[in-house]
Design a protein around this ligand. Sequence first.
Ligand SMILES: [Zn+2]
Length: 262
Amino acid sequence: MQFGDVIGQDHIKQKLIEEVNEGRIPHALLLCGNEGVGKLPLAIAYAQYICCTNKQSTDSCGTCPSCIKFKKLIHPDLHFMFPIVKNAKAKKEICDDYISDWRHFLEKMPYMSINNWLNELQAENSQAIIYARESDEIIRKLSLKSSEGGHKVSIIWLPERMHVVCANKLLKLLEEPPQKTIFILVSENPEMILPTILSRTQRLNIPRIEESCIANTLQTKYAIASADAQNIAHTANGSFVKALDAIHLNEEKRLFLIYLLA
Ligand SMILES: [Zn+2]
């Protein structure tokens, strides 16, 4: 995922790129904002930019060995923590057990909500959390040497859903971060994160996506007619997740009409 794949947010992209090029990469960055504004795509694009070996002035190169691994989200120094629902039967108990679902889902749907993710896990009515055991996993991974000699990046999606045991271990890591390790926390409810963790992060608020950027993406990438794209973008209120929901709703209505008329 490159900055070019992130809808709008030009100011944020520019700020992140400047920080990298001026050597001011924070140990822990907290991206805050509403659902659907592109925090997770931004986090991944930022991580890809940091690890890119042929950085351009406005984006990662997209073609170096690091970028190619990032494209498939399989870079060995890119780690994810995200809420899951344990599935004892399938022996799926930590994020790594879900990593192929996660990669597949992110490639298909980089703008997603927790409900989209729960649907993917077929766990719609469950409470997804980041379990206590996950902290041992991340400590183990980050204690390994960076495979490519560069930075190790750990992206934590929805840290507000983290078990308190895990949060306390994360705090220890943030207090004494392993060398060349970057944490990117992606949060919709930062007030639910431990204040001691918050105080260790550099916070960056991600605003709503501009309406014109949403409309433009709907037209160019989803082949939505101009007037419809404007309407959807207006009601989406800066959230691309809402815009996608509206498309699906329109599609369902259309299919239902076809069904009625058949
Ligand atoms: Zn590159």
